[in-house]
Design a protein around this ligand. Structure first.
Ligand code: BGP
Length: 476
């Protein structure tokens, strides 16, 4: 028997609007970036190296258009979450349901009413929503006309969006997060920054200028949240993948440290401490980056520090300065070298439960603010047996090992608020657009070619997670 987690621990599951809702044209919704990304290999290459015109090609299949039809089936899905005993449900609001183009003056009532229905349904079942304000869902119009977060004007549009949702949902939402995986802009410029084209040179000045705009926008949202909803909490959200040095060579240790600072800490330093970290000055100088700021920006950033750190944890990363002798041996999806001590998922994501304990200790040691694991899980191929069951023991094992390490970190002294496992119901993968990369406790009958009935089925892990929640982590 494992130890019980602290009372009030926020157990639940996580999703994003574009990956579950579908209804991409319904309720006056506008087009967002997920709506114009096809599935498969083409998507992976576009998100890491974008260069496309954002038109919908009638010959292609766009999985996010229907996703898993949560737009119409939310009641059934929320009832299943309640059956597992969820305390919280992480979801996002699609910006384009509220402001279809992003730059209108008035919000779209139909979009606002949809999320009212979802929040009311969650509360009916005693589930608190945890809401990401922007999760890879930038309006296409802002990308095309303004160049995404390159433009300062987008800060104003975002502020208008935030005001509209805070006005409407104050009293209904207690937990907020500003930008999903904000540091993803370093790896996936279309998802994180709304860059439709990325030239090599864009990696520096335009990227960090766009980050600056997001920091100001995020800090403004935090300040407004504190003013309007003093009882609510608002966090940042980062990808955290602890960086290990390949060996004890100090060159590699230094390289690993620099990668960690830039990728894992840069955004959190600004959003949690309220100032740009010292290490970034040298990086800016060496890459010719000079941020354009308006008077008062640094004060806004200082005053708009977050209440907690939300983060996703899927894998660690191993780094070596000179990779030439490792010819072709790549580590995780887009970065690092292979770690000989770890196994990987079918998509090459290295599985490292102890890395989660390390991450929790690193983050808490640096910031000493509450932490919230808002994504973690195993993407895997599931098989429906002939007589019906889905025996996803591999998923149970993955989650059990990670939850055990969370327990260890709490013993280490880390203040951990909660855990929302990613893709608690099967959904469309962000990086590949596949349905077959499944994360859920709930199976959805939908396949990569678009076929399927959308019927929901409880997997073996559904019953397992229900026991975990019921026993507050004691029964793993
Ligand atoms: C994170 C995103 C999610 C999600 C998850 C799993 O980066 O915040 O949106 O999808 O990763 O990734 P994938 O869907 O590519 O397997």
């Amino acid at each position: 028997m494992a130890k019980r987690f602290p009372q009030g621990f926020l157990w639940g599951g996580a999703t994003a609007a574009n990956q579950i809702e579908g209804g991409f044209h319904e309720g006056n919704k506008g087009l967002n970036i997920a709506d114009v990304l096809p599935g498969g290999k083409e998507r992976l290459s576009l998100i890491s190296n974008p260069g496309f015109d954002f038109e919908i090609d009638p010959e292609k299949f766009y999985p996010n258009h229907e996703a898993i039809d949560f737009y119409h089936r939310y009641k059934e899905d929320i009832a299943l979450f309640a059956e597992m005993g969820f305390k919280v449900f992480r979801m996002s609001i699609a910006w384009t349901r509220i402001f279809p183009n992003g730059d209108e003056l008035e919000p779209n009532e139909e979009g606002l009413a949809f999320y009212d229905r979802v929040f009311d349904e969650l509360h009916k079942h005693g589930i608190e929503p945890v809401v990401t304000i922007s999760h890879y869902e930038m309006p296409v119009h802002l990308v095309k006309e303004y160049g995404g977060w390159r433009s300062r004007e987008v800060v104003t549009f975002f502020e208008r969006y935030v005001k509209a949702i805070f006005n409407r949902y104050q009293g209904k939402v207690k937990y907020w997060m500003t930008f999903n995986e904000i540091n993803s802009g370093l790896m996936m410029p279309i998802m994180g920054l709304g860059f439709s084209i990325q030239k090599e040179a864009d990696k520096y000045q335009p990227t960090f200028q766009a980050f600056h705009h997001q920091f100001v926008a995020s800090a403004k949202a935090v300040k407004l949240c504190h003013e309007m909803m003093p009882e609510a909490q608002i966090g940042c959200m980062i990808i955290f993948a602890p960086v290990y040095a390949y060996d004890s060579n100090p060159e590699n240790a230094m390289h690993a440290l620099q990668e960690e600072e830039l990728f894992n800490y840069f955004c959190a330093d600004v959003q949690v401490r309220g100032e740009y970290p010292a290490f970034i000055n040298r990086y800016f100088k060496e890459h010719g980056i000079e941020l354009e700021m308006e008077d008062g920006d640094l004060d806004i950033i200082k005053e708009g520090t977050v209440d907690y750190i939300g983060f996703s944890y899927y894998m660690s990363r191993t780094e070596k300065k000179d990779k030439s002798d490792l010819d072709g041996i790549q580590g995780n999806i887009m970065q690092g070298v292979k770690n000989p001590f770890l196994k990987a998922s079918d998509w090459g994501w290295e599985i490292d439960p102890i890395g989660l304990r390390i991450s929790l200790n690193k983050l808490y040691g640096r910031y000493e603010v509450p932490l919230f694991i808002v994504e973690n899980g195993l993407g895997a191929y599931d098989k429906v047996e002939e007589d019906g069951p889905i025996n996803d023991d591999y998923r149970i094992e993955y989650l059990r090992e990670h939850i055990e390490q969370m327990g260890e970190a709490i013993e280490d002294g880390v203040d951990l608020m909660g855990y929302t496992s990613w893709g608690c119901i099967d959904l469309v993968s962000a990086s590949s657009g596949e349905y077959s990369k499944r994360y859920g406790f709930i199976y959805v009958d939908k396949h990569d070619d678009g076929s399927g009935t959308l019927e929901r089925k409880r997997k073996k892990s559904f019953y397992w997670y229900k026991d975990v929640i019921n026993s507050d982590g004691e029964k793993l």
